[in-house]
Design a protein around this ligand. Structure first.
Ligand code: ZN
Length: 88
């Protein structure tokens, strides 16, 4: 169950017209439209992680950037309420 996400996490940068493999995930929330722990997750490549996070920070949205590793592991991506970082 992926709650509050409009787009699936496909391991590709969320920047328009960028098809690079994402190495970062950007979890953010617009307090005006997202309530509680609902929010969105963008993925970003190395080149665009600063652009995308800066875009959100400029709007004073809560932004959390974390490493993202696309894999075929059976671990669900975007598992609500569970931190997915910290894997070796
Ligand atoms: Zn990109």
């Amino acid at each position: 169950m992926i709650g509050g996400l409009d787009a699936p996490l496909q391991g590709v940068c969320s920047r328009a017209e960028c098809r690079e493999v994402a190495t970062w995930r950007i979890d953010w929330r617009n307090p005006r439209i997202h309530t509680g722990d609902r929010g969105k997750t963008w993925l970003a490549c190395d080149e665009h992680v600063e652009y995308l996070s800066g875009f959100l920070e400029a709007r004073s949205f809560p932004v959390e950037v974390a490493p993202f590793a696309a894999s075929d592991d059976d671990e669900p991506v975007g598992d609500a309420g569970t931190a997915t970082g910290g894997r070796p």
